[in-house]
Design a protein. Sequence first.
Lengths: 650, 163
Amino acid sequence: MTEAAGKPPVDKKPANDADALDALKSLLLGEEQQQLEEISERVADPGLRSSDIAEVLPESLRLSDSQGSELTNALERPVTTCIQRRIERDPDSFADALYPVMGPAIRQSIAATFKDLVANINRTLEHSLSAQGIKWRLEAVRSGVPFPEVVLRHTLSYRVEQVFLIQNDSGLLMQHVQDDLAVSADADAVSGMLTAIAQFVRDAFQAGDKEGLETVEIGDHTVLLVHGPSAYLACVIRGIPPGHLREHCQEVMEQLYRRHARALAGFDGDPGTLVSTRALLESCLLSEHKDTGRKKGLAPATLLLLLLLIGAIVWGLFTWWSGAQEKRELRAKQEGFLSTLRDQPGLVIAETHFEPKLQVRGLRDPLAVSPASLLGQHDLPASQVDLQFRPYLDVSPRFALQRAKARLLPPDTVRLEMDEQGTLSVSGVASSRWIERASLLAAGVPGINAYDDSELLSHDQQLLEQAQRTLNPPDKVQLSVDQGVLHVEGQAPLAWTQGLPNSASKLARLLGLNIQVQTDEQLQFQALRQDVEGSGIQFIEDTVFDSAQEQQAAALAGRLQQLLFLADSLGYSVQAVIIGRTDGLGSPVYNEQLALARALIARDTLIMHGLPSNLFQLQTAVGQAGLADPRQRRAELRLLVSAPQPSGLQ
Amino acid sequence: MRVRKICMIGDFAVGKTSLVSRYVHSTFSEQYLTTVGVKVDSRILELASGDQVKLVLWDIAGSDVLSSVERTYLQGAAGYLLVSDMTRRDTFDTALGLQNQAEQIIGPKPFVMLMNKQDLAQETDMDAEKVTALQHRGWRLMPCSAKLDTGVAEAFAALGERL
């Protein structure tokens, strides 16, 4: 380029020169000029510019993403901010949008978790009660490790507990996933130390770049190392890993590099850039149980849950049924109790309620049965019944009779009866005092309208009736009873009278016996005595004893014989005094001898007629001197009778 | 949260493990146990900006020259802490040599030089001129004491801010 060409031309005629220049431009750059103007116009117009960008934006985004993460990094903050603001303003729309995704995801997660839980429970239950289970439980106690974890350790063939994705040189942890039950230390420190060990081993054995530590074994753990170009996988395995596990991990590593090669190579210490690798890493968390597939049928936990469920249902139904049954039974008892109450005389049921417990209101005669005492018949506890009865008087014959019995206190020998008209009939035997008292008290008993004691006998009356029946007294005998003493008066045969004390002693309630009875034999004895007393043998002269005297003596002897017979039966003692008499004529001495002779003749004659000789005593009686009285010429008989005292039973 | 690998390098018995123990576990032991190989720990550091960064601390066994395996331990480090003993002048010189080695291995990376055992100040054996000279070169030198817990967290924070 020349100097002239490098400098702008001198502007001598601006207007003409400008036109000329435009004309020149038009000639030289006509088409380009037009395009330039169009471009300027498009740039100046926001609408056209937006339209242009919209055309190329999708392709630009795809191109930028394929070339690196710059676009992602640039969009991360504004997109996050937009989402946050949108959620703050309208959370519902986000929830609606996420619902189709979140629902299945949550269900899947819950199902997976529950499946693992059931599997763990199954294993734990299977080994809980066996000898081996007890051994493991002791091991759990000794080591402090939870029992399910101990069971898991022993029943697992292997289990990948943790997977580390570690940057090769730095040993920085790029991602880390682990099993739920795994216990991990500081994952960053572990990855660092693992890397340091691997580097030490490689350095110690001067391994080549393609060589490295493949396996680390510590106790029952094995660490499988799978190396990639810039990172390696470290899988921490409990148990004995199968051969195919390394192949699986190797495949996972290859997939990681196929999908995330750029992120893996460009890792700068931010694990967030490799979150998308977690799904692949989690596919390495494999496990295998020793007894997988060995059991048939329902799993123990499922069976247990099923049994528990059935048990709960049965228990619930039984509880409901037994509750209803108990309620029915209680109601039946309450009804029965009320029925019994209504049947009880002297109780009036006025009001009943069944809820919340049986309540009964009414009236009760004091003589009626206690309602509470009937609870036992119906197996009802007193705490479940509320009884409230007010007192009243039942004037029905039944209660009037009870009240009469309570008031009169009749002896056992008395019977009280009530008729429907309220007449109290008293029958039986009682003391006169009770009979008198009862007639007064009965009038004051409620419910008694009349009192009838016509059938009531006193003890004396009863005794008299009994004596009449038992003793069978002769017609001339009168019986009476006073205060328990039987009085017997009148005339009766001696035999009846003599047997009376013995017969009367058999009478009940007899307190005494008073016998005022003259026997027939006594009366005959007295009559005969009167006849004999003073009689004798009339002499005519001296001691001439002829037929006339003989007849007199025979008659007298006969009467004496009869009298002695009666005296003997009556228990009397009889002495006969024969008094020889004379008149006053003659000398007294003679007369005295004559009188004695007459007495002796009379005695001897009577003895000759059968009378006992010891019966007689002899006396003489001489008449007044000088007085001739032929009636004194005789032998006269006097009787001396000693009778026993009248007998009586007291 | 970003993760950064930090290496602790320095001479024998300068207190690298004690510094890590103090920083990570807040503990200190008078008993000396030499580190064999390397020991790795981690702690989250909150930066002045409010962001967080996890420091993975590689406590490399003390030596005056890095062995081949210790060189590999430095790979991927985002920075390192040079540790010396204020009471032993030679450990300061060793730290300078190790810094040279580290830079050769992992290139220029942020580092902070710690002068440990400040609690033994009466026994200080330091070349002040060298210190000053290094400071003039832009080095960050910080006295500290793992025993008294002075300057430890500040040192890690200072390095963290430079990462």
